[in-house]
Design a protein around this ligand. Structure first.
Ligand SMILES: [Zn+2]
Length: 99
């Protein structure tokens, strides 16, 4: 069982959440000006690293808010959760406990 820490509600079981894909994907500044290939890349191409990855999650069965999670995809360790508009580095959200 994976415990996910919502920045508002605290640690909850993963079944309360919905995965929303990679976070921090910027919407094109001028969507009328970009090519079809650039649109395709914006919509469908995502990173898939083995290691730390920033992703969006929705607390579906809780506060119903979106937030970001920094997670290690190779170990499933959750490094930090943080609210939308914050960066992974300036989090006021929950952090993993030190070893
Ligand atoms: Zn919540």
């Amino acid at each position: 069982m994976l415990l996910i820490s919502c920045p508002w509600c605290g640690e909850r079981d993963e079944v309360e959440f919905h995965y929303g894909g990679e976070s921090h994907i910027a919407y094109p500044d001028d969507p009328e000006a970009i090519t079809d290939d650039a649109w395709g890349e914006f919509l469908f191409v995502r990173n898939n690293p083995s290691g730390e990855f920033r992703e969006r999650w929705l607390h579906t069965h809780g506060c119903r808010r979106w937030f970001n999670l920094l997670r290690d995809t190779s170990t499933h360790e959750i490094v930090r959760s943080y609210r939308m508009g914050e960066s992974a580095d300036q989090s006021s959200g929950a952090e993993r406990e030190s070893d």
